[in-house]
Design a protein around this ligand. Sequence first.
Ligand code: ADP
Ligand code: MG
Length: 567
Amino acid sequence: ETQKETLGFQTEVKQLLHLMIHSLYSNKEIFLRELISNASDASEKLRFEALNNDALYEGDTDLDIRIEFDKDAGTVTIEDRGIGMNRQDVIEHLGTIAKSGTAGFLSSLTGDQAKDSQLIGQFGVGFYSAFIVAQRVDVYTRRAGEAAENGVHWSSTGEGDFTIANIDKAQRGTRIVLKLKEGEEEFADGFRLRSLVRKYSDHISIPVKMLKEELPGSEEEGEEAQKAPELESVNSATALWTRSKSDLNDEEYQEFYKHISHDFADALTWSHNKVEGNLEYTSLLYVPENAPYDLWNREAPRGLKLYVQRVFIMDQADQFLPLYLRFIKGVVDSNNLSLNVSREILQKDPSVDKLRSALTKRVLDMLAKLAKNDADKYATFWKAFGQVMKEGPAEDMANRDKILKLLRFASTHSGTAEQNVSLEEYIGRMQEGQKKIYYVVADNFNTAKNSPHLEVFRKKGIEVLLLSDRIDEWMMSQLFDFDGHNFQDVTKGELDLGETESEEEKQKLEEVAKEHEGLIERLGKVLEDRVESVRITHRLTDSPACLVIGDYDMGLQMRRIMEAAGQ
Ligand code: ADP
Ligand code: MG
């Protein structure tokens, strides 16, 4: 070893390591999934880079991942023949540069261990999960295409610093050796490792190989026994999305979800489609069960994993779905794009637009199906992602009706804060003669529910949607109608209750107005500077008076936001 040096982990990496080692005790086995996942990523990266530079294969196009163990030494080894790393890569990726979002992640921790270990899961534990079971981790690696003497050895106990040195490494790729902690020796076992590979990594398209183990007592005498032990594939090694639906069970779909999302929890639902013809693609799209901690961070990674003809091209291809569907995880594998597509090319390629609208429809249909078939799961979805969906009607005019059908609201029907009323249900409950969809927007649910504007609606049994999410007033300002019914803010303008008012009622109102003409005029004079006009109303049944806003004026909530912003 030459040029050996000791470097400190970056502060946030240090914190992350500490946290992981101490709070993931209940799910230790995922280290294998993470390391195999990295080995598979590295193999796919090599395949991708070699498209333009065949020399990277160094005359050996076999890509596989090998797992070995040594019971006596208490070690487990994961080896790939992928892209590998040079000294600079190792220093950056395994210690000195925190993944983007690490700081945000650390600050979102609650201190509650159960909750936090969920969060770590969402963040993606990655390489450092090796330290959950290992007292020391050694990484031997060489970048494909570089000389053998440019190999690198990284070593650490995960406690603050790591060493790095140059070594000779004939084979390209990465070999990771875990020296297991006391008490974790159970992982240095063929049966255990095989079952973990099948459980977590079956869908990896690169073969994961282990030495064949002779069953005790089955050893053969003579020549046979001299043979070198053979390698065998432990996983099925076909990309999961290329297999047919009937061939796959829920468990396999869920494992694949965890592989691509780094989520600990199961997905809520998914949609797997193969499309042939002009636009050829396979997509596998998942709806997570929980919102990620960085759902509201504009810079948060989002997008699908992009493959072209089964070759991995990039992670986080965000051109394939609109922003309001940024929570969707999945894979798109297209035959329409060229293998040397880049992010820049993606922006101009016309088939990207077609794929985007096809995939958007897939997601909206999947959500509609979930809403129809499983109300509980849909409620879970709505709690996690409803506020993001509300960005949809403005962002995606083409699918506005489909999106509006997916929205859920609190309403005076149940009177609870739970958002579970669809516009279709609302319309189904309209009173005879009612033409509009009535709603009120307020800062919070209780204010909305107790708005004096609702009195007349209660009296007449007309349902009103109670809106109190931050985005609601803005969203409603973008909406005009649904299914032929206009939206009407109950605090705005003259109240026209359509034909729900009888002739008799109208007449009575006119009479009352006449009777009080004098009073109205005097009030109008007194309040001249403060209001536009004073009029008799049947809006109220209990309160004596209320403020009404003009039809085209800003809503109250919006006014307050503008005022707070100093407007
Ligand atoms: P992620 O896989 O989400 O990027 P990880 O913590 O798992 O995060 O890995 C960090 C980085 O280390 C990877 O992005 C990659 O650059 C590098 N890396 C890890 N394992 C390997 C490997 N087997 N071969 C090449 N690079 C690797
Ligand atoms: Mg990883």
